[in-house]
Design a protein around this ligand. Structure first.
Ligand SMILES: NC(=O)C1=CN([C@@H]2O[C@H](COP(=O)(O)OP(=O)(O)OC[C@H]3O[C@@H](n4cnc5c(N)ncnc54)[C@H](O)[C@@H]3O)[C@@H](O)[C@H]2O)C=CC1
Ligand SMILES: O=C(CO)COP(=O)(O)O
Length: 341
């Protein structure tokens, strides 16, 4: 326990989201131990109470203690995992095995394996009980204390909720209970790919009607994929699905939307992805999601279109192909589309 009598909470990942979550958690005075990959960032956070690389807007609470040693979080009973999805398994492999609540905050699907993050964590940290925190959450707004609501999907059910909700809820940060871990993960992963599509439409100057159509048709793809993997539709109709989709598809504050916008404006995916410091998870999710959709026989034409766009296909051509698809009802989609290549 610390001076406040509140147990320290660990946060793994000092990008924008991990730093923002650390700031939110520290707002009740407790100690938050923030693991960062970059030792130089640890120094800046501890000395200046700033994260100039990933969240320069925030003045950080002094009770946030940064470290590049994962062992410093070893005795935390609650840890939030907030690395980019493609790095989560490797990083968590360095965490001391101990029974704890591990709250997944990354949004993605593991390339190659096609595993959701809860499966990655179950292998990397088998003693942990997994929950997923996901929803409409721009990091800079959460760090600024602006009102935010999220889905907190507890693999450990209400017993885990009873532990995590008081530890995580704050006056401006409102978790809602779920036990649908798969649904919470699918919402946060698929929306990033759909946000790229909406950004492309914005970059091409195709208007608000087209963006709204993409959100609605993309949500249909999210529901189809979620149903195939056992997610509940009502989960995807909530904060972690539709809520996050609307947020991320509507603002250049989204890295995924901004990546798509630049693609639509004619920049190449290769140049946009080269040497990026910040993550646009949709670019990593699109290929593996396209593959999973084909394997499960699920029609996800917008996701497949984003995959082709990221491979260099001309944006206007891709949009024309989507608009030329056979006319049908909104609920009537055939099986998986032909190979996206
Ligand atoms: N930024 C946001 O507003 C939100 C982000 N998220 C999710 O949080 C997760 C983390 O993203 P951000 O905090 O935005 O990251 P970021 O884009 O702010 O920073 C990139 C992060 O990647 C880390 N990184 C780079 N190479 C690495 C490696 N080889 N091993 C481990 N870490 C490495 C960097 O240290 C840095 O912490 C993502 O899954 C993202 O979708 C979720 C909600 C909001
Ligand atoms: O997940 C997020 C908002 O909920 C952040 O979106 P981006 O990763 O597109 O910036």
């Amino acid at each position: 326990m610390t001076a406040t009598g509140k147990a320290p909470i660990g946060v793994i990942g000092a990008g924008a989201w991990g730093t923002a979550l650390a700031q939110m958690l520290a707002s009740d005075g407790r100690e938050v131990r923030l693991w960062a990959l970059e030792p130089e960032l640890v120094e800046r956070i501890n000395a200046d109470h700033r994260n100039p690389v990933y969240l320069p807007s925030a003045e950080l609470a002094p009770t946030i203690r940064a470290t590049s040693t994962l062992g410093d979080l070893g005795d935390c009973a609650t840890i939030l995992a907030v690395t980019p999805a493609q790095h989560l398994g490797k990083v968590l492999g360095g965490l001391r095995a101990a029974p704890r609540d591990l709250v997944l905050c990354s949004k993605g699907i593991e390339a190659g394996s096609g595993r959701l993050m809860n499966a990655v964590v179950t292998e990397a940290a088998p003693d942990s009980e997994v929950a997923v925190l996901s929803g409409p959450t721009f990091a800079h707004e959460v760090a600024a204390g602006l009102p935010t609501a999220v889905t907190l999907a507890c693999g450990g059910g209400e017993d885990q909720w009873d532990r995590l909700a008081p530890a995580i809820a704050r006056p401006s940060f409102r978790p809602y209970y779920s036990d649908d871990v798969v649904g919470a993960e699918i919402g946060g992963s698929v929306k990033n790919v759909l946000a790229i599509a909406c950004g492309v439409v914005d970059g091409l100057g195709l208007g608000q009607n087209a963006r709204a159509a993409l959100i609605a048709r993309g949500y249909a793809e999210m529901l189809r994929f979620g149903e195939a993997l056992g997610a509940r539709p009502e989960t995807l109709a909530g904060l972690c699905g539709l809520g996050d989709l609307v947020l991320t598809c509507s603002s250049t504050s989204s890295r995924n939307f901004s990546l798509g916008k630049a693609l639509g404006e004619g920049q190449s995916a290769q140049s946009l992805m080269a040497d990026r410091r910040t993550v646009a998870e949709g670019a990593h999710t699109a290929p593996v999601l396209t593959e999973l959709a084909m394997r499960h026989g699920i029609a996800m034409p917008i996701v497949a279109a984003v995959y082709r766009l990221l491979g260099g296909a001309p944006a206007r051509e891709i949009v024309s192909e989507l608009l030329a698809r056979p006319l049908r009802s909104e609920q009537d989609e055939p099986g998986a589309q032909d190979s996206p290549a």
